[in-house]
Design a protein around this ligand. Sequence first.
Ligand SMILES: [Zn+2]
Length: 418
Amino acid sequence: MNENGFWRIKGARLLDPASGTDRVGDLCAAGGRIVESLPQGSDVLEFDGEGMIALPGPIDLHVHFREPGGEASETIATGSCAAFKGGIATLVTMPNTKPPVDTPEAVRHQAQARLFPVGSLRILPSACCTRGREGREPADLEALAAAGAAAFTDDGSMVDDDAVMEAVMRRAAALGKVVMEHAVVPSIAGAGVIRDCPAARRLGLAVFPPEAEVEAVARDIALSRRTGCAMHIQHLSCAGSIALIRAAQHEGLPVTAEATPHHLMLAADDIPGDDANWKMNPPLGTREDVEALRQAVLEGVISCFATDHAPHAPALKAKGFAAAPFGVIGLETALPATWTAMVEKCGMAPLEWARRWICGPAAILGIPPPSFAIGAPACAAMVYPEPWIFSEDDIASKSRNSPFIGHTFGLSVLGLLG
Ligand SMILES: [Zn+2]
């Protein structure tokens, strides 16, 4: 970057969902802010944006950086490199590190970590709902919020005890914070690792029934109704849950949901065999589930995309489908996969697609949506809507556990500017 921070993108398609604009034009920045124009003759870093699309600071509500405790799989530094590569500017980190993020000191460690040196990349840490992420008693939510927790979640496991979750939600509501739930009832999911599909039958794998998610979503909607707390359901995977969320939103409850790129692109029937890079929680659904998720994104019932970026070192994923940990990486492929699933395959307007990465997640967090308004923080994700084959060489994460290696998307990412 040049000294005064002057840059200009010339002639790109600017998608700015906060203002509802989709137009081709120039984007100028000075000193970290969007400006109308730059002084004549000044030293300006200039980019030719012809054929490219610029989006203001996409937000990923759901990422796992494994620091502390899992640095062989990812650190905050390598995770932020993956975010830069994928054009994601704001990251909500999950608290299931070892130890978990259930103290103010741990929240501050996440929030203040050094990131890849791009000024506008930022972490908004989430913190645990319960002490030790054990589901038995609420964490000190007030202290966690004061330390900068953006949301509360025990992600990786559901808060299964109704009374504990109700207490968490009452306190979160008083703090004006959203609770995000990994909605899977453990007693129903049991040892399941995959939905029923040919690969499951061939390999004799324990099946994960979709009711594990549907029952959890029903419970969480009931608690949102009782407490008034904003409830965000993470990584929806089946049609049954969508029907419940749609009804809750009709009723006026503050219930939101996210869809991951993998649940929008892939179905259980696509799983090639004993390859743990296809193992995630909740597992991939049926083709009907994929269609229901896409429809819910189009309608806005699902108001945001989120990756659930879950790195695991190659040695862990080499254990095979039954024994390997759940989770796939997603930051590098987040924008390409959702573009392909929604814009290419469903005809979603690019501006609405951008809204699910920008305004949707910002509204859930209660923060202003990133935008290209004059005076807004200058941050643009640059993408290119042409076919792109994703390969291992495109991965900046420390881990390689992606089902998309070798996949062709309709969009590539150049990175983040600002
Ligand atoms: Zn997660």
